[in-house]
Write a protein of this length. Structure first.
Length: 171
């Protein structure tokens, strides 16, 4: 069974397709919830080869405005510093945190270090499974953090949606 077949099996297919369609309508963070974004990211991202992950991340970051990318990069850097995580490939130049390609490289590096590390840095560490349904367990996600502010939701949901879209068009 191919990767898309694995992702779409077990009754998950319709939900992923619906999620991907809603992500693609309007602003990236509109029409999807934090819990959905985290749940689908946690379902899809660990299955992806690095090249598909990076392409999907770059497309997701490209859909954000330059200001949103800058805000995301700033908050990601702050969260990484607080948790003692080095951002792979980060040059130390704040302007690189506005570039979709640079952000995608950082996200891919984090993913290669440990699948789920990006979601953890965004405050979604506990938002899987039942927690995703209840919307609990987010650190930065509650009270206007990354997920609550919509940017983290757009990134995590975007990586999942863009990956599913890529895999569907390859068929």
């Amino acid at each position: 069974m191919d990767l898309l077949g694995k992702l779409m099996s077990g009754g998950q297919g319709a939900g992923l397709e619906d999620f991907t369609q809603r992500y693609n309508q309007g602003a990236p963070q509109d029409g999807i919830t934090d819990a959905e974004a985290v749940s689908h990211y946690q379902q899809v991202a660990p299955q992806l080869p690095a090249d598909v992950y990076q392409q999907s991340a770059q497309e997701a970051f490209s859909r954000l405005s330059p200001d949103q990318r800058a805000q995301f990069g700033q908050q990601l850097q702050q969260s990484a510093n607080q948790q003692g995580v080095e951002l792979p490939g980060y040059s130390g130049q704040p302007e690189s945190l506005q570039d979709p390609g640079s952000l995608a490289q950082i996200a891919t590096g984090l993913h290669q270090q440990q699948p789920g590390l990006l979601a953890q840095l965004l405050g979604a560490g506990g938002m899987g499974g039942a927690g995703a349904q209840a919307g609990t367990g987010a650190n930065l996600g509650s009270g206007g953090g990354l997920l609550g502010g919509g940017i983290g939701r757009a990134v995590l949901g975007g990586i999942a949606a863009m990956a599913v879209q890529k895999l569907m068009t390859r068929r």
